[in-house]
Design a protein around this ligand. Structure first.
Ligand code: MIC
Ligand code: SF4
Length: 646
């Protein structure tokens, strides 16, 4: 049978199951990546598995998120990660070397391979023909130990690209356009495969911008074929020998095909507070801008930042706008410096920021009250910038630079300057000295553990029945940033009891204390939610910390993939309403029961939620494989791994 690209790679890595959409499969993972915000927990979990050395072809531990280092916590965690990597056979990318996804694309991504990363934007590596998937840290820890990754065999949507971009329109505009019609909801279980003659007009970094923001669509991953453009990129990275050609068969079958002519696109923006709230830049034209932030894993390649530097060269940014530029990697920063672009940026009044996540995760650069902030990153959830009242618009580097110059929302086509064309460099600057190799004498490496590091907590097995209380009821599109805020709270990632104090901090500041009180009284906590619960980040703390607070079930209208997997991994049952209208029948504080849950799960039987306060029976469902049911019965993946036959 003629195969699409996704199924070709999945088939060559299949360990269990049959490749039929909707079926559970397990695939071998060639490479893993972790970062410092999710990685410390993943590494602690890996250590607790008692495996002496990682069993992947390549595992890299990046430090890029927690580089603000207010207090000792982050620096201690970094030292832990460095020593842990040295001992267990992991490459360690030091703080300052860049954002995990950008560095991975430059130095490690390989067409045809699989990559699992403890970060939701791992699919960025799909820009060079890999199956790259984001997952919770525990799933990545299992993959580091050589275990396969379980997922639902996806439906594949093909996006057929024709034509080429008009000047001033670029990859960000394309993915924003796709977000407008596919939205952030309803794409769970799908992979997007890009094809068509338009593909050849896009460089690897442009493709990576597009696959990066597939995370915002909620798809499992996105992928481009590996072609001559990929070969040129790998060759310029000194890795030409790692290139293979890989693409779909001519008559390959897809679940759906969408057609986009790149020439039809115009500059777009995502308005507050969702990446799918799209308008044209011209619709917002003239709105006063307070801040422009250019960078993040989505748009921080050499191409993106050279365009910005050339647009600003010889000019000054508007005096009312604070402008920051953060390169995605030390390679990009070094090349900008060699090209004189850093001088151009400095001269124009730009604040040159560290090669790290920084502003994107609310680590510094919080804008002023009620600010309009134009950013090139991928998420504009309320409060993520660090300022709750700020209005964040997502846009391309071209649009962001135009706004920086004029102090108003400006379509870059309206600037009277020629569109800078940035050819792919023949050779990128290669200096891997900030990537430390594992120790040749692992037995001699002492692992450093600062006082911020605690043991990862483990849940109890699933009780016979859940007797609980609705501790919170939230609406639609609740993101993991709502559940587990990042920014200034990030430094507590390795200290679960402390971090758990901030669960739902911006939504209901009393949530954590209420849950702990219930827990002490033997009452289980239940979360009730609307559509697309758990969008956004892969952070497993959005499940781990609620688990610590005694949350046992989440009942939602619908739920996102990575978060659902994280809930299961930490023993919290993800349930959906059979009838969305029943959402209205439950209120905060209601006493509810899930009778005989243990037995029902064991036998795969239907569940009924009894609302004792409202005196109602509400049918709820789960879509769980036998393995997932066993994990829940055991009280999470760690318990299950220790004794799988619960
Ligand atoms: C994000 O962009 O939200 C993050 C921070 O990179 C997260 C990971 C995390 O919470 O540490 C992600 O996207 O998975
Ligand atoms: Fe870092 Fe932002 Fe990318 Fe997440 S989305 S990995 S915080 S740059």
């Amino acid at each position: 049978m003629q195969k699409n690209l996704v199924y070709k790679i999945l088939e060559s890595h299949l360990e269990h199951g049959t490749l039929t959409p909707g079926e559970e499969i397990a695939v071998r993972i060639d490479q893993t990546l972790t970062q410092d915000a999710t990685g410390t927990m993943a590494c602690l979990q890996f250590e607790s598995m008692g495996i002496p050395r990682v069993r992947t072809e390549l595992s890299v531990s990046y430090v890029d998120h927690n580089t603000l280092q207010e207090g000792f916590e982050n620096a201690d965690d970094h030292r832990y990660l460095q020593t842990m990597a040295a001992k267990y056979g992991i490459l360690y990318s030091r703080a300052g070397n860049g954002i995990c996804h950008q560095v991975h694309l430059e130095r490690f991504g390989r067409p045809g391979k699989t990559l699992l990363g403890s970060d939701s934007h791992t699919p960025m590596a799909g820009g060079m023909g890999m199956i790259a998937i984001g997952a919770g840290g525990l799933d990545v820890a299992v993959a580091m130990g050589g275990g396969p990754f379980y997922l639902t065999a996806p439906r594949v949507t093909r996006i057929l690209l024709t034509g080429r971009f008009q000047p001033w329109v670029s990859a960000k505009d394309l993915i924003l356009y796709i977000l407008e019609f596919l939205t952030t909801k309803g794409n769970v279980g799908t992979v997007i495969e890009y094809a068509g003659p338009g593909v050849a007009t896009l460089s690897v970094p442009e493709r990576a911008t597009i696959t990066n923001m597939g995370a915002e669509l909620g798809v499992t991953t996105s992928i481009f074929p590996s072609d001559e453009v990929t070969r040129a990129f790998l060759t310029a990275q000194g890795r030409g020998s790692e290139w293979i050609e890989i693409s779909a068969d001519t008559d390959a079958v897809y679940d759906k095909t969408l057609n986009i002519d790149l020439g039809d696109l115009v500059p777009l923006m995502a308005k507050p507070h969702s990446p799918d709230n799209i308008c044209t830049v011209r619709e917002m034209q003239g709105t006063a801008v307070n801040q422009v932030m250019i960078g993040s894993c989505t748009n921080s390649s050499y191409r993106d930042l050279m365009i910005v530097a050339l647009m600003l060269k010889g000019k000054r940014v508007h005096p009312d706008v604070s402008v920051g530029v953060a390169s995605g990697s030390r390679q990009v920063l070094g090349m900008l410096a060699k090209a004189g672009a850093i001088n151009d940026l400095i001269a124009s009044g730009v604040r040159v920021l560290e090669s790290a996540c920084g502003f994107c995760i609310g680590n510094g650069q919080a804008p002023e009250t009620n600010a309009v902030s134009i950013r090139t990153n991928n998420r504009n959830f309320e409060g993520r910038s660090g300022t709750k009242s700020a209005k964040v618009y997502l846009a391309s580097p071209e649009t962001a630079a135009a706004c920086a110059l004029t102090g108003r929302v400006t379509d870059p086509r309206d600037l009277d300057i020629p569109y800078p064309v940035i050819p792919l460099p023949e050779h990128f600057w290669i200096d891997d000295t900030m990537i430390l190799l594992p120790s040749p004498e692992p037995e001699k490496v002492q692992i450093y553990r600062g006082p911020n590091i605690g043991e990862p907590p483990v849940s109890d097995p699933m009780p016979e029945s859940i007797q609980g209380m609705v501790s919170i009821k939230v609406g639609d599109k609740i993101t993991t940033d709502h559940i587990m805020p990042a920014g200034s709270r990030l430094k507590y990632r390795s200290n679960v009891p402390r971090y758990a104090e901030f669960v739902f901090e911006g939504v209901d500041p009393d949530f954590s204390a209420r849950c702990l009180k219930n827990k002490a009284a033997g009452i289980q906590n239940i979360i009730v939610a609307g559509e697309s619960y758990g969008q956004g980040s892969s952070r497993e703390h959005a499940a781990l910390c609620p688990m610590y607070l005694g949350v046992r079930a989440v009942i939602a209208k619908s739920m996102e993939r990575i978060h659902t997997a994280n809930l299961i991994n930490f023993g919290i049952i993800p349930l959906t309403f059979d009838h969305g209208s029943d959402y209205a029948e439950i209120h905060p504080g209601d006493e509810v029961t899930l009778p005989d849950i243990r037995e029902s799960l064991r036998q795969g039987k239907k569940l009924m939620l009894v609302n004792r306060t409202g005196n109602k029976k509400i049918p709820v469902s789960y879509t769980l494989t036998e393995r997932q049911r066993s994990i829940l019965l055991a009280g999470g993946l760690l318990n299950y791994t220790r004794s799988p036959s619960v």
